[in-house]
Ligand binder design. Structure first.
Ligand code: ATP
Ligand code: MG
Length: 231
């Protein structure tokens, strides 16, 4: 198997680590049949990739084999942002969806123990066609037996149709909401879109918001939250 190194993984503040662990534990309680989880949001820049990558690390740190699929085949920034380097020519999801490589050549073992990745390396010229040729389904079907969890990072729901095409292959979705920025109307629209494609909403992450939480007389500043009751 090819290997991949993420050179610039962010150090996470304590409260973010805790919120991610809460999210991880709540996803574990969704049942053993919930393995493939789509991470999406209503609009760009809400933190889907941040949540996907760091949830992936949190799950891997617990000793679960976890695959992160970068399915933002239009303009993923993960490769440059996290300094992703490989021991071989870097092929990714677009190559596999276009039928240019075998699935084994698209899956990379990473320097995060238990963490595997299908990166996005070349932007797709025609995402709707690539996402409807059945090969995404083949990835998920094959990988279900090889991994404890599969996380799928996607483009925003209300901007392009990609997540609507990806969702039906997943067991559930986590909706990332940028606090104080994304309107209630847009969030409602995303929830309706998830319902339309019949994918269970597993949880909502309230992200990129600074607020204070009173805990036993102490106030903590937070930049991240998880609302398990919203599902
Ligand atoms: N909880 C957080 N704490 C600190 N930085 C964050 C957090 N969430 C997101 N960011 C930062 O905000 C920016 C946007 O996040 P990210 O790229 O994950 O959004 P996205 O929803 O994936 O965007 P796109 O729709 O373009 O794919 C990035 O620079 C990311 O590092
Ligand atoms: Mg992203």
């Amino acid at each position: 198997m090819n290997t991949l190194e993420l050179k610039t993984l962010p150090e996470l503040p304590f409260d973010v680590t805790e919120a991610l662990n809460q999210l991880r534990v709540n996803l574990e309680f969704c049942g053993s049949e919930v393995k493939t989880i789509m991470i999406t949001s209503s609009t760009p820049n809400e933190g889907k990739s941040y949540v996907s990558l760091n949830l992936w690390r949190a799950i891997a740190n617990m000793g679960h084999r976890v695959l992160l699929i970068d399915a933002d085949i239009r303009n993923s920034e993960m490769r440059t942002k996290y300094g992703i380097r490989s021991n071989s020519t870097l092929h990714g999801i677009t190559h596999y969806l276009a039928g240019k490589i075998e699935l084994d050549d698209a899956i990379y073992k990473t320097n995060v123990a238990n963490g595997y990745m299908i990166p996005m390396t070349v932007p797709a010229a025609n995402p709707p066609i690539l996402l409807s040729n059945g090969r995404l389904g083949k990835i998920i079907e094959t990988c279900r037996d090889q991994f404890d969890y599969i996380l799928v990072d996607t483009p925003p729901l209300t901007v392009v149709a990609d997540a609507m095409q990806i969702g039906p292959y997943c067991d559930g979705t986590v909706l990332v909401v940028r606090g104080g920025v994304t309107s209630r109307k847009l969030v409602d629209r995303s929830v309706q879109m998830a319902q339309k494609i019949g994918i269970p909403l597993l949880g909502v992450v309230l992200n990129r918001v600074e607020y204070k939480v009173n805990s036993g007389g102490y106030y903590y500043k937070r930049y991240y939250g998880y609302d398990k009751d919203h599902a």
